[in-house]
Design a protein around this ligand. Structure first.
Ligand SMILES: [Zn+2]
Length: 253
């Protein structure tokens, strides 16, 4: 039975992952999200059965069926990784409200990674949608009072980071933190509580530092978006069930 559920959530994960690819690719350009995909080499319009997540890619060994050129493997990786994380989430949380929240976190992570890395933006629509989703699930999970407490801790963390940003801007005389990152703090307070929420920013920096240095060194890029790192640490902290000790052990290589 457990295996059946794992397979089911994997299938859902790769399907949702392929939708995230479309959202990440088309939404920032104000294009239609569900238009037919074309081969970037020969312009051939793929039939629907040629766009089945994961399977189609391997069925035609990653090549366009018309011109035989290689197709983008990053999208397949995103699909697979979303499916993989969905299965891990089910393994950790079982069938529970926490699982629904974990699915939301994974979705947010994948969308932000795609759009923040490509366009350096986290769109407000995405953040508003997911915050409403998380608030709704906590309402079912913890009742009205519990939900209000979550919202309060979300607002608390948002305000703290907003203050830090204002002070940072005054001292550095330039934008110190991205607006999208600050808005995301509401989600962090809501899901992790104020203490672990603050701690998650520290974890993000610890992960971001070596990765950023590596990217700057190899790709010579100077702007590294912080959003993906924030969400990686949110995922880590949520999946380890808020236990700071587990995360500290993970970071000790
Ligand atoms: Zn082609």
């Amino acid at each position: 039975m457990k295996l059946l559920y794992m397979f089911f959530f994997f299938a859902i994960g790769i399907t949702i992952g392929s939708i995230f690819n479309k959202i990440g690719k088309h939404l920032p350009n104000n294009e239609k999200i569900f238009k037919k995909e074309k081969c970037p080499h020969c312009g051939y319009q793929f039939e629907l059965y040629e766009r089945i997540p994961l399977f189609s890619y391997f069925a035609c060994s990653g090549r366009c069926s018309m011109c035989n050129n290689r197709l983008d493997s990053l999208e397949v990786f995103n699909e697979f990784f979303t499916g993989f994380l969905f299965v891990v989430a089910y393994y950790v949380f079982g069938l529970s409200y926490d699982l629904l929240i974990a699915f939301g976190i994974i979705s947010l992570l994948m969308i932000v990674v795609v759009s923040d890395l490509t366009y350096y933006i986290i769109s407000d629509e995405v953040l508003i949608f997911f915050n409403c989703y998380f608030i709704l699930i906590t309402l079912f999970k913890d009742g009205l009072e519990g939900m209000l407490l979550h919202v309060a801790s979300g607002l608390f963390l948002f305000l703290i980071m907003y203050l830090i940003m204002i002070i940072g801007n005054l001292i550095l005389k330039k934008e110190s933190l991205g607006g999208g990152d600050i808005k995301m703090m509401f989600t962090f307070g809501l899901l992790l509580g104020p203490v672990v929420g603050l701690f998650s920013i520290f974890v993000s920096s610890v992960i971001a530092l070596p990765v950023s240095l590596l990217i700057m060194y190899t790709k010579k890029e100077s702007i590294i978006p912080f959003g993906p790192f924030l969400l990686i640490s949110l995922t880590l902290l949520y999946f380890t069930r808020f236990d700071i000790n587990i995360v500290l052990n993970l970071l000790k290589f």
